[in-house]
Design a protein. Structure first.
Ligand SMILES: *Cc1c(COP(=O)(O)O)cnc(C)c1O
Length: 217
């Protein structure tokens, strides 16, 4: 597939679902992709990218940002507390806020630097023990804690279990966001972004469908 194909599928799904055209932000997930594939997507004019690891992103995006103006970078992988400062300097948005300690560290650094990325709380909608995120039952309380710290909370993020219908998880995330007055919904990947848009996704995170299979070595 290609960037333009994904964009037209997003537009078609927005229309089908009665959504405002352009209300879904496409985050091109460039983790573990060869540089030339990332450059090709930048050359087509795309500017919103997602990375899983702070270290990997720090190794590649500062140089790309010098060549391509207007890049917006989203952290979509787990954030260790000791990388918080580096992540806040590098990323425009963090989708994986999932614990009070991290929220407090972000608040402290934001106070100090006067800068804070937009934040999404990750919710473990499938309550999978190996997955990050707050449990659905704890989400309202945690969202309250984040707000009490005066952080720029934009929405919620989830990664549904691989073996379940993702729409149920997207709908659950949308309900938690709605009852907390949050507008951002980061949900949907290569295999299910259309279903996520149907459930109200504002940010879809699409990697392999744009770039091809990731290179692990
Ligand atoms: C890798 C990743 C994606 C993109 O996955 P694809 O299936 O390649 O589209 C989306 N979200 C998160 C959190 C990821 O880690």
């Amino acid at each position: 597939m290609s960037l333009s194909e994904i964009k037209s599928r997003i537009a078609a799904e927005e229309a089908r679902a009665g959504r405002t055209p352009g209300s879904t932000t496409l985050i091109a997930v460039s983790k573990l992709q060869p540089l030339e594939r990332v450059e090709a997507v930048l050359e087509q004019g795309h500017r919103v990218f997602g990375e899983n690891r702070v270290q990997e992103a720090a190794g590649k995006w500062p140089a790309l940002r010098e060549r391509f103006a207007g890049v917006e970078l989203h952290l979509i992988g787990p954030l260790q507390s000791n990388k918080t400062r580096q992540a806040m300097a590098l990323f425009d948005a963090i989708h994986t806020l999932d614990r009070p300690k991290l929220a407090r560290a972000i608040a402290r650094i934001a106070d100090e630097t006067g800068h804070c990325p937009r934040l999404f709380v990750q919710v473990n909608t499938g309550e999978e023990p190996q997955k990050a995120g707050v449990a659905p039952a704890d989400a309202d309380a945690f969202i309250g804690e984040v707000r009490a710290l005066d952080l720029p909370l934009e929405g919620l993020m989830c990664i549904p279990p691989v073996d379940e219908e993702p729409s149920l998880h997207f709908a659950l995330l949308a309900r938690i966001a709605a009852r907390n007055g949050l507008s951002g919904l980061s949900m949907g990947m290569s295999g299910d972004f259309e279903r996520a848009i149907a459930q109200g996704a504002t940010h879809v995170r699409v990697g392999s469908a744009i770039f091809g299979e990731r290179v692990y070595d």
